[in-house]
Design a protein around this ligand. Structure first.
Ligand code: GDP
Length: 195
């Protein structure tokens, strides 16, 4: 995928703040610290486009990044930080439900999990939510440089089993620091929004 332009369009919490042009959207979601910002930066080949390692639990907005004037990356707020107060978790839930509940433009959701670990219960809940709302789900297994290639299959089957993925649902390993798997993720993004 050739990136000709990237533009941070808006941070939204409410429906009327979402883009209104009707362009296709691909959303990324995962627990805080899973490597979502690094993944966006690797995909866009930028160093500091999405801010990495923000104070966990502080990003309670949906960020829309316009790519090539063609589609939006939708950076959904991270979840699963134990120290976050209940009121903050409720806020997160409301923001997510408002967006996921009714978003025709949304083609697919890419769920990020750490390749090294069995998905958390929050990850499972997120996956079930994606399915409940009826969206396509693609799993990105982050930080793949932390294990050897020979271990990929074993870790991916642990992820597949815990999330109870359907047979045709993909897991794509990526390392944002080593820039491996980036092209595979791009191919999947393009195929999802051309469906
Ligand atoms: P976010 O909270 O999901 O946006 O996560 P970040 O992108 O801020 O990454 C969280 C931490 O994981 C940071 O310290 C990153 O440097 C590290 N990290 C992210 N991606 C990778 C990766 O592919 N490989 C390795 N080794 N570390 C990564």
């Amino acid at each position: 995928m050739k990136i000709r332009s990237t533009e941070i369009k808006m941070s939204a919490t409410k429906r009327h703040q979402y883009p209104a042009e009707g362009l296709p959207e691909i959303a990324l979601v995962g627990r805080s610290n899973v490597g979502k910002s690094s993944c966006v930066n690797a995909l866009l080949n930028r160093r500091n486009f999405a801010r990495t390692s923000q104070t966990p639990g502080k990003t309670r907005t949906i960020n829309f990044y316009l790519i090539n004037n063609e589609f939006y990356f939708v950076d959904l707020p991270g979840y699963g930080y134990a120290k976050v107060a209940k009121s903050e978790k409720d806020k997160w839930g409301n923001i997510m439900e408002t967006y996921l509940g009714d978003r025709e433009e949304l083609c697919a959701i890419f769920l990020l999990v750490d390749i090294r670990h069995e998905p958390t219960n929050d990850d499972v809940m997120m996956y079930e939510w994606i399915k409940h709302f009826g969206y396509e789900c693609v799993v990105i297994a982050t930080k793949a440089d932390k294990i050897s290639r020979g271990q990929y299959q074993k870790h991916m089957s642990i992820i597949r089993k815990k999330l109870q993925l359907e047979k045709d649902e993909k897991i794509i390993p990526i390392s944002s620091s080593k820039k491996t798997g980036v092209e595979d993720v791009w191919n999947e993004i393009v195929s999802q929004y051309n469906k």
